[in-house]
Design a protein around this ligand. Sequence first.
Ligand SMILES: [Zn+2]
Length: 252
Amino acid sequence: MLLMLGGLAGAAALTYGEYASRASHSQLYGRSFVGLRRSSRLLALTYDDGPDPRNTPALMDVLSRHSVRATFFFLGCNVAKEPQLAREVARAGHVIANHTYHHPRLIFCTPARVRTELLECERILSGEVGEHSRLWRPPYGRRLPHVMRAAEKVGLEAIMWSVNPRDWSLRTASEVEKRVLRCARGGDVILMHDGGGDRLHTIEATDRLIGRYKNEGYQFVTVPEMMKANGSHTAQEETSKKESSRETKPVV
Ligand SMILES: [Zn+2]
């Protein structure tokens, strides 16, 4: 009986550990910023996996038309392919951040490999873009203690999200729009993608969402601006917000 109880406790601990490594709002393995209180009227649009010549220029046009600045989590390997585009995004006033060099599943990497992935991305961002943020986002949103410790040692601050429409899995702008509308209530960091495939539906959804939320009095800011805003706090205070209701399956 005791053995059985021990086994169940072990399984529960494993399941919770697995959950904590995936859940965007979890602070179990290290501090991550996920947004502000719901009373906030600020929203932060974030885009992962670029720069991508198929999507990023069109996305920049939409953001420019609305005078909105976003936060881009670039992959070092894509900056190497599109350095001019990366510079254009930065020159347009958007915030540039680190999403590793090759987009590996860091939880399966050694601490040394995690460090290399982050430093190589930092190196190319510094070389091609110049001054940029000290923010990073783990690929697939997966974290473990050795991953978070390596990033801290490199001097990077982890940014997760509070709204994930899983835009990469959807085919139309309306689907992306609906999922964000269902979840974003204010103070949200919204995760979308401008790389990894055709993201034209994400770009069209961005256009519609900015129009809708601006009409309702929301203001779009970059992640650093959101972090500086009054009442800023991390998800350590956030667990009571029942984030799971705003979170679809966490994949970046
Ligand atoms: Zn990614």
